[in-house]
Design a protein around this ligand. Structure first.
Ligand code: PMP
Length: 427
């Protein structure tokens, strides 16, 4: 097989893959190996990973319990045959997720990604309600298919304006640059509820299918609404029979520290949740957990060829057991406090830091210019500067000016202190 150096591989990537396929860094990284919370590139540089492969790596790299479970499945010879046959790990995983969801009478459908999970949830909600109208939050990100792009409010990530849905946009997610920025929590919620009601009354026919929302907007820069917003929204939605779907692709599995699912901070049970990313600890798996009557409301046959395949579900089951057995949610809370507190201290004498926000191990740093305007160049510089010092971080936000920190949930105190040292230096 032809193997070239790093520069040659990059040139080949650019020649054969789409121009719009995003790569991080002026000199993109090719990983060679990984262990714990550290990854090593082909040149032998090792980095502390504080983005965990966009939150896919819930536990970290090279975890024996997960590798063993996957290897045991590989050793059977059945990488995959068909989801038309019974798959033991799939059933066990569905049972556990249904119980953990807190949704009464819950059922689970597995996909390969968060995009497909949201596509499925939208199909269920629009079918159940016989309506193609949906509500979404400004600054949202829900995926890369037509329907999930249609509900993605962040146009930087939404390549097409074609939409199979009639979407109306509401406030609530991104408080920092909203007209209600300086309101108290209670007044902010009141203003967002009034906006929701007005949007339903004046831009829809009332018979809206659902509101699909991230409890903390991930790609949107870890934008974190005040607790209670979605409970207040649900009261309005219930008046109209509109379903609430929580996109837990980034906020699930205890990452927010205080709860297992992000939406639980609002004291409300949604009609459905979508999930992906962390569940596989790197393996491709996603899905929807929904009220049984909602899940069973469509009558056409449907499968996903690979969704819930034996290898992914073996790995996901081992990941979920590891998360629960080691109470990584508690570690996310503790390490998240340390990280958030450290960053707020760093921010005190750095006017370029406009906002430090998030929950648990989802911490966002919004970088601003002298007049408070978004400063995407500063975010790009922090991304590069952190890499030079051996730390991988993420970027996001409507204007690309937010640094996102989301290490594996096994991160240690020493590693948080190390990351804070680098970020203090870079910022
Ligand atoms: N929903 C949210 C909240 C996400 O952050 C993402 C991915 N960044 C998706 C959906 C789409 O997931 P995937 O990339 O696995 O299709």
């Amino acid at each position: 097989m032809h193997r070239g150096g790093h520069a040659e591989l990059l040139a080949r990537h650019r020649a054969v893959m789409p121009d719009w396929l995003a790569l991080y860094y002026d000199q993109p990284i090719e990983l060679a190996c990984a262990q714990g919370r550290r990854v090593t590139d082909r040149e032998g540089n090792t980095y502390l990973d504080f983005f965990a492969g966009i939150l896919t790596n819930a536990i970290g790299y090279d975890v024996a319990e997960i590798s063993d479970a996957v290897r045991a499945q590989l050793d059977t010879g059945v990488l995959h045959s068909s989801t038309l046959y019974l798959i033991r790990a799939q059933v066990e995983l569905a049972e556990k997720i249904a119980t953990l969801s807190g949704i009464p009478d819950a059922k689970v459908f597995f996909t390969n990604s968060g995009t497909e999970a949201n596509e499925t949830a939208l199909m269920l909600a629009t079918g159940y309600r016989r309506s193609d109208q949906v509500l979404a939050l400004r600054n949202s990100y829900h995926g890369r298919s037509f329907a999930s792009m249609a509900v993605t409010g962040n146009r930087g990530w939404s390549a097409s304006s074609l939409s199979p849905l009639k979407v109306s946009w509401v406030h609530g997610g991104y408080r920092y640059r909203s007209p209600f920025k300086d309101f108290s929590d209670a007044d902010y919620i009141k203003a967002c509820v009034a906006d929701l009601r007005e949007v339903i009354e004046t831009t829809t026919a009332g018979d809206v299918a659902c509101l699909l929302a991230e409890p903390i907007q991930g790609v949107g820069g870890f934008a974190t609404p005040p607790d209670g917003l979605f409970a207040a929204f649900k009261e309005v939605l219930d008046e109209y029979g509109i379903l609430l779907i929580s996109d837990e692709v980034q906020t699930g599995w205890g990452r927010t520290g205080e709860h297992f699912w992000g939406i639980q901070a609002h004291g409300v049970t949604p009609d459905a949740m979508t999930f992906a990313k962390g569940l596989g600890n790197g393996l491709a798996i996603g899905g929807v957990v929904a009220r049984g009557d909602l899940m069973d409301s469509i009558s056409a046959n449907s499968i996903s060829t690979f969704g819930g395949n034996p290898v992914s579900t073996a790995g996901a089951l081992a990941t979920l057991d590891y998360l629960l057995d080691h109470d990584l949610q508690a570690n996310a809370a503790k390490m998240g406090d340390l990280l958030g507190h450290g960053l707020r201290t760093i921010a005190e004498d750095r006017p370029a830091v406009g906002d430090v926000r998030g929950k648990g191990l989802m911490v966002g740093i919004e970088l601003v210019g002298p007049a408070g305007e978004p400063d995407p160049k500063a975010a790009a510089a922090v991304l590069e500067g952190s890499r030079e010092r051996g730390l991988l971080v993420g970027k996001g936000g409507l204007y690309g000016n937010v640094i996102r920190l989301a290490p594996p949930m096994t991160v240690t105190e020493d590693e948080v202190v190390e990351a804070l040292g680098i970020l203090g230096d870079v910022l």
